[in-house]
Design a protein. Structure first.
Lengths: 468, 768
């Protein structure tokens, strides 16, 4: 079957490119659209940002994505917009382009098409473009020339006008695509997915491609078999009850965010620091759990929140507390042919509070040196319950049992918080790497209890530099 | 002569970058965007995994047998000389016999597609014999291992002054390097022509050096090589000497195969293979009086030169010439040590050694202030250069345009520096976890290449008979707006709208023997050369008009796209046509050499700078004493641009340089492991500032009514580099915030970059 999508409004049928060709390579080399640039090939600079549009619940949705991390079959059924698609003539620029010219938002111009597309997606959304939102929208784009101020100004200016209301045609997508000896499956039901995975147990599962994409983009690997989870109906479900909320494994960060924002605001703030919008628009919580990185940001939170995984295979479904899922460095409890179906997170009870703190060299789009996640249950002045987990502190995201024990039953005050500096060392023996030394990790992991105490105590002073 | 408001795009007009619309529509072509010529080969490099190793053998048999592979070349395939040194000699384009850093190119693999070359490169068998590497500055110092003879500057008798001084302090400091992180990585495309000719499209700030390097490696004369560059996706010094390596390799493949060959580095390769800003370590010894006035000073400036000298001697010369920053030093010795290490050879980066020179003297003044119980600003006050006396630099140049003290006083008064300090004290008293700090940073930066010979430029201007103008000069465009500024100069000379001027690619066959677009001097040099060329043509046109209309030459006036001759007037185009009809040349070359420059590289003395650029910044920061996280809250800048050629462009240079400098001093950390491998080689691990890191309040003012005192192009001043050093105010403010965490008895121990970990360690230490 051919893949079909529109590229800047023009219908394209693609049947002869490798299923692991990156969208960036496709655009630059096949479509001869060189406006989209390669700056890093790892989804961190945003020079390759394009916009994917589709109708969601009858409304057009525009999402910025990194073309370097996507493979061509991920475009199937989508409307693809690149910088070349925004204006017909130089005299009639899109408001985003016009604003970037007026504010001197370009110098060398190499990052510019990516910024234009990130801003285009923002302008086409119905979000109010506060400075905070603008920084969120730009966090995935690096500029080395301008110092950003004019780009932020361009965003304010361009977003002041109403978005274009284009009606998007609904396109269909294929469930499989073969080229040469490579296979790409895009099943639409969980039963179909389990069958395909059982038949191809060595296949790579592809959610948004924000991790797997590096393999094709940078390592140039021609993966033999890929199973794409983004069209599996059951994996896209979000279900909320009185007691908990369940996210299908292929739910993106962007889709999950409004729910998390309502139920666990601190978790939501942290999620807005995972990658960038380009990453979160395609990246999935299931992927973040499944790749079992010791520095993934959601697993410590999910452990502290006492989440449960639903694992699925042709043999059936089973449940597993998430902390039992991570066996060792990048090693999980998944059996052959098994995959994550959903993540169920209990809601907080009235006397429970949840906080998570991420520490990195840069506030936005950086990988944590340390991430701490805390669910604290207070009974008056005493700690009645505590679930604590850290990332970046061990070979896996890991629960801090000694920390929990030290808190439970104790009075909740600054003195207790300060004693935690030594307790964390019982739970964690971190390593030193290019992000931080082990000494720093331990010190920060301990110190964060002081932030936690002040945070929960509701002190009036600002607790983080970003809040000043 | 000066610009007027009667035409669009005159000198001093606030006009947009000439390529802005092309940038936002994606139509601006960079080298990798050029349509591929049939048969173009893609190149991937095989690089050394060892920091120091003998290359015993290279077996390319298996790689060569792979589908699509056209060539595997090594140093043995170099027809000419394996030497691309920009200043000294003996710096190979490809490792020969010995690999001297992790990432040192050892072999070149060319194939029909990138993926074929990428896979084949893994199959090149290189047999290494590992040698002991020297990885740290301290180790190289212990071995006295340098890339060239260590230079120094001495003025007065520092040893005697130090001995006699009432107070004396010693200390040390280290500042990290910085990757350029231009968004466009290095790229070169070589296209073979007839005979030995080769056209090389290179993302280079220095087309002439690429031309020389390629000719050298191919063993052909310079006239066989043409280098062209329309625009780069950022340069910042990283494309001054480094592009020669990749252009030479692409040319080798093109020469060997007869096919066009492209070498586009991927980000990680670019970061691993190419040089960066030099990291430095400093030891200082300072003597001073009760007021904090420096009597004697001795600083050892130890730089990580890397495996070869490259541009290190220029960088070190600038460090030596900026260790004074804005302060008069009577008895001083600056000792430079270009340490040879088994790490990539460091290179030019915006500021070119100036930032490192300045950061150490500021730290010393802070140390003096701490010792005497005075503020850094009070110590600066007694040490500033005078205007009529105390105005000779350590290298012997008399400063005649000093305005830094009044600029600093003015900015401090305008932002109520003392009041802000009180507010900060109040904040710090009320907040247990977060602490604020504030600091000013005055900057004096010398303009001109330290080496007088480099201070020359050429231009080529054609006027066509329809009145359209073709402009070419030796400067390159990397986003800094040089092409726009030079076109403004030509528009002003001819008094025609800038739309009539075609800005063209920099090419070595149009303007030869050029200097790098560097040292902030691009518009000073090329603007003057273009002025000269345009003025020659204009003089000829005046002659024709005077003759034809029978008026005196001094009565011919170019105004608003027209030419007035007595009672007659005609369009610029009509006069151009008339000039052709009357058989007068409408084409001219222009040339400029910066006057009055002297420099003795042996004694490090002379007057190497035509003038100085001045600027001052004040930054307020906040730190988290639990995590070391920091944020710059507010920065005010007052920058001297002379009479700005284009305030919009200059404004962009100021804020862009400031933020880049902030990155160097805060989040950008280069980390190597004990094998000499760089661990931070992509944006996922190396963190340049993002949009949220820019101070939410960033107020930038260009000093008004301040024409350059020397006759530069329309009395403008250079702007590319000086504002980068204004970011040192952020680092000093972070030190101030750390200081405020202690009881005042200790100096903060905080090097650069001030990462969260570095800040937390400094807070812990000062509270201990």
């Amino acid at each position: 079957m051919a893949l079909q999508f529109t590229l800047n409004g023009e219908m394209r049928q693609v049947s002869s490119v490798a299923p692991t060709m990156t969208v960036l390579d496709y655009l630059r080399e096949y479509a001869e659209l060189t406006g989209t640039k390669e700056g890093c090939a790892e989804g961190d600079c945003g020079a390759c940002t394009i916009v994917l549009a589709e109708n969601v619940d009858g409304k057009p949705s525009y999402q910025a994505v990194n073309a370097c991390l996507l493979v061509v079959p991920q475009l199937d059924g989508k409307h693809v917009i690149t910088v070349e698609g925004l204006s017909d003539t130089d005299e009639l620029l899109d408001p985003v382009q016009d604003a970037m010219v007026k504010t001197d938002g370009t110098q060398c111009g190499f990052c510019t098409p990516g910024f234009i597309m990130a801003l285009y997606a923002l302008r086409q959304s119905d979000e109010e473009a506060s400075d905070g939102v603008i920084h969120d929208a730009l966090a995935g784009n690096l500029c080395r020339c301008t110092g950003y101020r004019p780009i932020v100004e361009a965003a304010r200016e361009a977003c002041a006008s109403a978005p274009d209301n284009t009606v998007l045609e609904a396109l269909s997508a294929s469930s499989e695509y073969f080229e040469g000896d490579q296979s790409f499956y895009a099943p639409t039901s969980i039963a179909e997915m389990a069958d395909v995975f059982a038949a191809n147990p060595e296949a790579n599962l592809l959610g948004g491609g924000t991790d797997l994409g590096i393999l094709v983009s940078k390592e140039r690997e021609a993966l033999a078999t890929v199973i794409h989870t983004a069209h599996v109906a059951e994996l896209l479900e979000i279900e909320e009850t009185d007691k908990d909320i369940t996210f299908g494994a292929a739910v993106t960060y962007t889709e999950a965010l409004p729910f998390i924002e309502r139920l666990y605001p601190s978790f939501a703030t942290m999620i807005t620091r995972i990658g960038s919008r380009q990453i979160r628009n395609v990246g999935t919580i299931g992927g973040n759990v499944g790749n079992a990185s010791p520095i993934g940001d959601t697993p410590p939170c999910l452990i502290a929140l006492d989440a449960t995984l639903a694992l699925y295979s042709k043999a059936g479904e089973r449940e597993l507390p998430i902390e039992e899922f991570f066996l060792d460095y990048r090693k999980t409890d998944l059996k052959q042919g098994e995959f994550i179906k959903a993540i169920r997170i209990p809601k907080l009870s009235e006397n429970q509070e949840f906080r998570t703190y991420k520490i990195s060299k840069r506030y936005d789009q950086d990988i944590s040196a340390v991430i701490g996640a805390y669910r604290i249950e207070l009974d008056g002045e005493k700690v009645a319950g505590a679930r604590i987990a850290y990332g970046g502190m061990a070979a896996t995201p890991k629960r801090g049992v000694a920390c929990e024990a030290a808190l439970i039953g104790n009075s909740w005050d600054l003195a207790t918080a300060m004693t935690m500096l030594s307790v964390v060392q019982e739970d964690y023996q971190p390593i030193s790497d290019h992000r931080a030394t082990k000494e720093y990790r331990l010190q920060v992991a301990g110190n964060l209890f002081q932030r936690l105490y002040q945070d929960l105590a509701g002190v009036e002073e600002a607790l983080e530099v970003v809040a000043v | 002569m000066d610009g007027t408001q009667n035409i669009v795009g005159a000198a001093h007009d606030k006009i947009q970058h000439d390529s802005a619309v092309k940038h936002v529509t994606g139509k601006a072509l960079y080298i990798d965007d050029m349509p591929n010529l049939p048969g173009t080969l893609e190149i991937v490099l095989v690089t050394s995994p060892h920091a120091h190793a003998n290359i015993k053998s290279i077996d390319s048999g298996v790689a060569l047998a792979q589908k699509g592979v056209a060539a595997v070349l090594t140093a043995a395939d170099i027809a000419g000389h394996n030497d691309i040194a920009p200043i000294f000699e003996g710096e190979p384009a490809i490792a020969e016999g010995v690999a001297e850093y992790v990432g040192h190119p050892v072999a070149i693999v060319a194939a029909d597609t990138y993926d074929q070359a990428f896979q084949a490169a893994k199959l090149v068998q290189v047999d290494y014999e590992e040698l002991e590497p020297v990885l740290e500055i301290k180790d190289a110092m212990a071995k006295q291992q340098f890339t060239y003879t260590p230079p120094s500057i001495t003025k007065g008798d520092p040893d005697k002054a130090l001995k006699k001084a009432k107070h004396r302090l010693q200390g040390e400091l280290a500042c990290g390097g910085q990757d350029h992180f231009y968004l466009e990585a290095n790229v070169a495309l070589a296209v073979p022509g007839e005979d030995q000719d080769m056209t090389v499209y290179s993302s280079t700030q220095h087309p002439t050096e690429v031309q020389h390097g390629v000719a050298h490696v191919l063993g052909v004369p310079s006239n066989a090589i043409t280098v062209e560059i329309r625009r780069m996706g950022g340069g910042f010094g990283g494309k001054e000497s480094q592009p020669t390596i990749f252009a030479a390799m692409a040319a080798m493949v093109a020469s060997k195969t007869g096919q066009p060959a492209k070498l586009r580095l991927r980000r990680d390769d670019d970061m691993i293979i190419t040089g960066k800003r030099h990291d430095y370590e400093f030891d200082y010894d300072v003597g001073f009086d009760d007021d904090g006035r420096i009597d004697g000073l001795d600083i050892a400036m130890m730089m990580r030169s890397g495996n070869v000298a490259d541009l290190s001697s220029g960088v070190m010369a600038r460090s030596l010439c900026h260790g004074d920053n804005c302060y008069y030093l009577e008895n001083v010795r600056f000792r430079g040590y270009p340490c040879k290490t088994n790490t990539v050879s460091n290179t030019a980066f915006r500021g070119f050694g100036g930032p490192q020179g300045m950061i150490v003297i500021e730290t010393i003044l802070e140390h003096i202030g701490h010792h005497l119980g005075k503020s850094l600003d009070d110590v600066r006050k007694v040490n500033y250069y005078g205007t009529n006396d105390r105005n000779v630099t350590p290298y012997g140049q008399t400063i005649s345009d000093n305005i830094i003290e009044e600029m600093t006083d003015r900015l401090m008064a305008e932002i109520d520096f003392e009041g802000r300090k009180k507010e900060i004290e109040k904040f710090n008293a009320e907040n247990s976890t977060l602490k604020k700090g504030i600091a000013a940073m005055p900057v004096k930066f010398g303009i001109s290449f330290n080496m007088p010979a480099l201070n020359q430029a050429g231009a080529l201007v054609h006027v066509y008979t329809d009145g359209s103008v073709h402009l070419n000069h030796g400067g390159t465009e990397m986003g800094q707006g040089l092409f726009t500024k030079v076109a403004q100069v030509v528009a002003t000379v001819f008094q025609i709208d800038i739309d009539n001027i075609k800005i063209s690619s920099t090419r070595t066959d149009k303007v030869p023997n050029t200097s790098a677009t560097a040292a902030s001097a691009g518009s000073d040099l090329n603007g003057m050369a273009a002025y000269d060329a345009a003025d020659k043509i204009k003089t000829r046109m005046i002659g024709i008009a005077a003759k034809n209309f029978d008026v005196a030459e001094n009565e011919i006036e170019f105004r608003q796209n027209r030419v007035y001759a007595g009672n007659e007037s005609l369009s610029f185009a009509e006069l151009a046509h008339m000039t052709w009809e009357n058989r007068e040349s409408l084409s001219a070359t222009g040339y400029y050499q910066t006057p009055d420059l002297t420099w003795d590289p042996i004694t490090c003395t002379g007057s190497p700078f035509y003038y100085y650029s001045y600027g001052v910044s004040i930054s307020e920061v906040v730190i988290d004493t639990l995590t070391g996280e920091s944020r710059t809250l507010k920065t005010d800048i007052l920058q001297d641009c002379g009479k700005s050629l284009n305030p919009r462009v200059d404004y962009g240079q100021i804020e862009g340089a400031f933020v880049q400098g902030m990155g160097w001093l805060t989040s950008e950390e280069l980390v190597w492991n004990d094998k000499g491998q760089l661990l931070t080689h992509g944006p996922s691990t190396y963190k340049i500032p993002g949009s949220r890191d820019v101070p939410p309040e960033l107020n930038i003012h260009i000093l008004e009514d301040a024409p350059n005192r020397v006759p530069t192009i329309f009395r403008s001043k250079a702007i590319g580099e000086p504002p980068l050093m204004l970011a040192i105010s952020v680092w000093l403010a972070l030190r101030d915030a750390v200081s405020r965490c202690g009881d005042g008895s200790k100096l903060p121990k905080l090097n650069a970059p001030a990462t969260p970990e570095a800040i937390l360690n400094a807070v812990t230490e000062i509270r201990a």
